[in-house]
Design a binder for this molecule. Structure first.
Ligand code: THU
Length: 135
């Protein structure tokens, strides 16, 4: 199944009663496994989670930890871009050259790399001075 088909189908099940903005995400691992996610909102608004986060959690639950490509779809005038937090979440599991495809329901598509989505990302190297005791 294509990432577009998988994300489009999943998106219909998004739980977005507060924003009414349904988002679907699908990712493929290097081994070819596909995982999907949707946004799952909450009456305590900040507790809602994004579609990308859901797909990443599903991937981990499936025992996969590497993203080869990712697609996100919503009913937006221009292709939806992952929020800042999701950019960091994607970067945890995807190399800088991994393609992130953003598409709306009309098929308007934009493709960017992870490096372009999150330049200067925080990474483990920034914590190099922390010693074994964590101080
Ligand atoms: N949302 C996503 O799921 N992914 C994105 O890339 C952008 C925003 C969700 C969060 C919230 O449920 C709704 O869209 C409106 O912000």
């Amino acid at each position: 199944m294509s990432l577009l088909d998988a994300a489009t189908k999943a998106r219909e099940n998004a739980y977005a009663p507060y924003s009414r903005f349904k988002v679907g995400a699908a990712l493929r691992t290097p081994s070819g496994n596909v995982y999907v996610g949707v946004n799952a909102e909450n009456v305590a608004y900040p507790e809602g989670t994004c579609a990308e986060a859901g797909a990443i959690a599903a991937m981990c639950a499936g025992g996969d930890y590497k993203i080869a490509e990712l697609l996100v779809i919503s009913d937006s005038p221009t292709p939806v871009t992952p929020c800042g937090g999701c950019r960091q979440k994607i970067a945890e599991f995807a190399g800088p050259d991994v393609a992130v495809t953003m598409v709306n329901l009309q098929g308007v598509t934009s493709v960017v790399t992870v490096a372009d989505l999150l330049p200067g990302s925080f990474n483990a190297g920034h914590m190099a001075n922390v010693d074994a005791n964590g101080v």
